[in-house]
Design a protein around this ligand. Structure first.
Ligand code: MGD
Ligand code: MGD
Ligand code: SF4
Ligand code: MO
Length: 911
């Protein structure tokens, strides 16, 4: 454990967020006397090959998430603080007892692509080699399991063939089901910069929504949800019809082409049919297909719009088929590039962290592999076959087949499909162990044993990014005194279960060396994942390790940019496989009861269940309430206006999601978009995964998160309101609340549902003091009730300082929320007090919703500058207001705001 003040004042590490894996340089104020006082500054690492010094908004705000607010501070058993040794004994004893009584398959680990490789390696080794079950699965099942199977089917191994620079060197980049601008911002910025330099480069975005990524697209195909296999089958057929295939490559380096092609030709050989299936114009398809013919240097970048589907594997193979049939793989500027989401999703694949992988890219399907890994590990109880994939794993928890589960570094009660079922399953489980760095998450709420984890900034190890680059994450500060690294907890439990020798690691370097050695063990070129070149690093060399792209071995001591450049693959014949694809529609179709397709995904400034990003006022500012994006025609039909609250219900039972409508022509008709991030810590009814049935791809087990079906109803409110409170509030009985934490306060947007239970404003006026927990005798109350206009406004002050203020009315409020939040910092001035219940500072301008999080620039400010200074580009906005000049994450939005303003001016002048 690193409990030292760093000896150097500048430490290179890797970003805690997405799979781009940007290098970060942390400047530590070494003058600090106490570890907890260390101040850090986060900069992009100019030497890192992923980002060359740039960081997006999340990465550059990473330093602001380091406070210990909300951290889990001690091991706990059934709600009581216990010692580490007691907690570890409890876990080891329960696991040992269950295994003795019911066998090893009655226990499970559910882990995470946010684990460091060293944590992942020991978790996998313990479950598969020593407990004797393969019941270890990971949130990567929800993320890129389909891409893994797609690669394995095609190449015989799970290998991402490309490098980021291929995206810059390509003449055509096809972005499929990826909102790169928000989810992989530095990759997006690299593509955008390349295109700016070389405008002939073409970019196609395939996404049902018009996302921020479309800002750089020459062509946006707003495809019908789930129809990507049709599109790519159609492309393959069209390439054949136009004699644009690479016959030599097909003959020498592939098998199965004939069948794959004739399948595509029969099913999608008619472009009119494809256009209909994909909901596109024939001319759009013609353009796309022609560009593919005209540009040999083509990369297809794909992500969750492809993977999170009941036929995600087939979709990825439909994409790979096109690359194989045109020989576009293993060469500069070419390849099918599945980008990984989490910082170490790729590392998880390397250690075999999925239930159907072994380790170091070996497999349960091969008995030789099983023996080999067992030999290497000196395994006491080697598992012999695949374990349960995430959805099956939680089903087995529900039926009682799995009696003890250890959840590490993931929040499944939020992120699994049919989330409430998962919660209930865990509530019934005999023992749920959760390791997390945060005390309060939806998953820690259902745990029996809680183990406080160290997290980013405090932990030490390696991660592998989307282009196979292994980088070090380094500790630069001490965590809470009682928190521990995940690998340490795992080893301590392993030793207590009797596996002393195999888990007697002194540090992470030792674990890494073993992992690297296994990758080379009896490999002889049979497995793509080989980092044997790193197996003999000294501790010091491991400390100093610079980014390396695997394979790293005798042949490639400095790493490898591209795989398959020699046209050799890892199948028995050495040839890549083309797969015949029959496109499948999403499992559930819309009908009269559920007329909308529910699409879900990411917001620019939030990370997953928000445990880190939700702590930062800066990152909350961009989108502080969850929204349901809905097409204007659908909204009109439903009588819904922008900003109104809506209820969504789906096929999972009676869960009702409540969120605010965002009417947007960027949506397709009949389709809604909702973010995946919100949960019970941030909203009363915001967990979208409680609406999504656990439908999975039969080959990969990956859930269909992008195509559930739902209905939409307006939420009927008795009244709505906003409360700012210095203390956190318990808002029981209020159907809708959404919480945003500011520096000195929490803000709640609230709404009470119509019905017998609804409080009247008079009743509420009497109730608010209790809600505020305000029996403080020195409280001063300001109150204003206008029964005619149905308005209640109330504030509580103690010693001249604002404690709480509430605004209640029939409709939601236009208040100056930024100004109101700022009033909590200091005692109220007379002027502020005068305007407090008006909810806005007289005369001051409202900046509007934040667009640029780095400099806190709001929409109103930007529009005003565009109009008054006649700005016509994002660069000019940057010069005028600094917006977009730091991380650049908001540039697509700035460009869009300009376009909207120009359209408005055009409309006005033509009218
Ligand atoms: N800001 C931010 N960045 C992140 C994360 C985060 O939480 N926040 N998480 C990280 C992780 S773990 C991951 S996996 C990645 C995910 O990165 P992305 O996959 O880019 O993110 P999503 O928003 O989930 O989905 C991408 C797009 O798929 C589209 N889509 C939906 N259905 C279809 C379809 O049928 N066909 C096609 N072609 N497209 C479709 C959606 O409209 C959406 O725009 O992001 C990573 N980066
Ligand atoms: N509807 C819908 N659902 C989705 C998706 C979608 O697109 N739509 N995407 C899916 C995808 S791709 C993904 S990757 C998942 C992500 O979903 P999750 O993995 O559930 O989300 P996180 O919020 O990242 O959970 C990480 C947890 O680990 C904790 N943590 C942070 N650092 C550490 C550490 O060092 N050690 C330990 N032990 N804990 C730590 C955090 O506090 C947090 O509670 O969601 C999936 N769910
Ligand atoms: S793109 Fe942003 S979130 Fe992703 S690794 Fe880089 S800085 Fe971190
Ligand atoms: Mo993910």
């Amino acid at each position: 454990m690193n409990k030292q003040i760093p000896s150097s004042d500048s430490i290179n590490t890797t970003c805690p967020y997405c799979g781009v894996g940007c290098g970060i340089e942390v400047k530590v104020d070494a003058k600090a006397q106490k570890l907890a006082d260390i101040k850090v500054k986060v900069l992009g690492d100019k030497t890192h090959p992923a980002n060359f010094g740039k960081l997006c908004v999340k990465g550059s705000a990473a330093g602001e998430t380091l406070s210990f607010d909300g951290r889990m501070l001690a091991p706990q058993f059934k709600g009581k603080t216990v010692s580490w040794s007691s907690a570890l004994n409890t876990v080891a004893e329960k696991f040992t007892q269950v295994i003795a009584e019911h066998g090893p398959d009655a226990v499970a680990f559910y882990v995470s692509g946010q684990f460091l490789t060293e944590d992942y390696y020991v978790a996998n080794k313990l479950m598969k080699g020593f407990i004797g079950s393969a019941n270890i699965d990971t949130n990567s099942r929800l993320c890129m399991a389909s891409a893994v199977v797609g690669y394995k089917r095609a190449f015989g191994v799970d290998a991402v063939p490309c490098s980021y620079e291929d995206l810059e060197l390509a003449d055509l980049v096809v972005i499929v089901g990826s909102n790169t601008a928000w989810a992989h911002p530095i990759i997006y910025q690299r593509i955008a910069a390349a295109k700016k330099q070389r405008p002939s480069m073409k970019i196609v975005v395939v996404d049902p929504r018009q996302t921020a990524t479309c800002d750089i697209a020459d062509l946006h195909l707003a495809i019908a949800p789930g129809s990507d296999a049709n599109l790519f089958n159609g492309l393959l057929a069209s390439l054949g019809q136009n004699e644009a295939l690479d016959e030599a490559f097909i003959n020498n380096h592939t098998e199965g082409f004939k069948e794959a092609f004739s399948h595509a030709q029969i099913l999608q050989g008619d472009i009119h049919r494809v256009a209909k299936e994909c909901g596109l114009e024939v001319t759009q398809l013609q353009t796309f297909y022609r560009w593919v013919r005209e540009h040999q240097k083509m990369v297809t970048l794909y992500s969750q719009g492809v993977n999170q589907s009941s036929s995600g594997v087939d979709k990825s193979n439909a994409i790979i088929n096109v690359h194989l049939a045109t020989g576009r793989i293993g060469q500069v500027g070419m390849g099918p590039f599945s980008i990984t989401g989490q910082p170490n999703a790729m590392g998880g694949r390397e250690v075999g962290g999925l239930a159907n992988q072994l380790a170091a890219h070996m497999d349960f399907s091969n008995s030789e592999d099983i023996h080999r890994v067992a030999r290497f590990w000196k395994a006491a109880n080697m598992a012999q076959s695949n374990g349960l994939k995430a959805v099956d794993m939680f089903n087995a928890v529900a039926t009682g087949k799995i009696k003890a589960i250890w959840i590490m570094n993931t929040n499944p009660v939020v992120s699994m499909p049919n989330a409430n079922f998962v919660r209930q399953a865990l509530q019934r489980c005999e023992m749920v162990v959760v390791s997390d760095c945060m005390q309060h998450t939806d998953t820690t709420e259902v745990a029996d044993v809680l183990l406080p984890a160290l997290t980013w900034g405090e932990i030490d190890g390696t991660v592998t990014n989307s282009e196979r680059t292994i980088s070090r994450q380094r500790a630069f500060m001490a965590g809470p005194e009682n928190a521990r690294a995940d690998w340490w907890m795992l080893c301590e439990v392993a030793k207590r279960m009797g596996f002393v020798d195999a888990f007697d690691y002194q540090n992470v370097a030792q674990i890494f060396r073993e992992h690297a050695a296994l990758s080379g063990y009896q490999n002889n070129g049979t497995r793509d994942f080989d980092i044997s070149g790193l197996a003999r690093l000294s501790d010091e060399q491991y400390q100093q390790l610079t980014p390396m792209q695997w394979p790293v071995n005798v042949e490639n001591p400095l790493g490898t940019k591209r795989l398959f450049s020699d046209g050799k693959f890892f199948t028995p014949s050495g040839k890549a496989r083309c797969i015949a694809i029959t496109p499948q529609a999403p499992r559930y179709k819309t009908d009269a009861q559920f007329p909308f397709v529910l699409n879900t995904g990411r917001y620019r400034d939030q990370w997953h269940s928000m445990t880190r990003t939700g702590k930062t006022a800066k990152l909350m500012a961009h989108r502080d309430e969850m929204q349901v994006e809905i097409h204007p025609h659908d909204a009109a039909e439903k009588g819904v206006v922008d900003g109104q609250l809506l209820c969504l219900q789906g096929k999972t039972g009676d869960y009702r999601l409540i969120a605010r409508a965002q009417v947007s022509a960027k949506q397709r008709r009949g389709e809604l978009f909702v973010p995946m991030h919100w949960n019970r810590q941030f909203a009363s009814a915001g967990n979208v995964d409680a609406l999504i049935p656990a439908v999975v791809d039969g080959l990969s087990g990956q859930p269909e998160f992008k195509h559930a079906v739902v209905n939409v109803q307006p939420f009927k409110s008795a009244w709505q309101g906003v409360i700012f409170s210095r203390q956190a509030l318990k808002l029981e009985g209020i159907a809708y609340w959404n919480k945003v934490s500011g520096k000195d306060f929490s803000r709640y947007e609230i709404a009470m549902e119509q019905g017998k239970e609804a409080l009247s404003l008079h009743e509420l006026q009497a109730h608010l003091p209790t809600l505020f927990g305000a029996q403080n005798p020195s409280s001063e109350w300001l109150s204003y009730l206008d029964a005619n206009q149905q308005q209640l406004r109330m504030a509580q002050l103690v010693d001249g300082q604002l404690q709480a203020v509430a605004f209640i009315a029939l409709e939601s409020h236009t208040l100056d929320r930024n100004w109101l939040g700022s009033l909590f910092a200091e005692p109220l001035a007379a002027q502020q007090r005068r305007f407090l219940l008006a909810g806005r500072n007289s005369g001051a301008k409202e900046t509007g919703p934040t667009v640029c999080s780095c400099f806190g620039v709001g929409l109103n400010t930007i529009i005003e500058a565009i109009v008054s200074q006649q700005l016509s580009s994002a660069e000019q906005i940057g010069q005028a207001l600094k917006a977009g000049t730091n991380c650049g994450s908001c540039v697509p939005e700035l460009t869009e705001i300009i376009a909207q303003q120009q359209a408005k001016i055009k409309e006005l002048t033509s009218a």
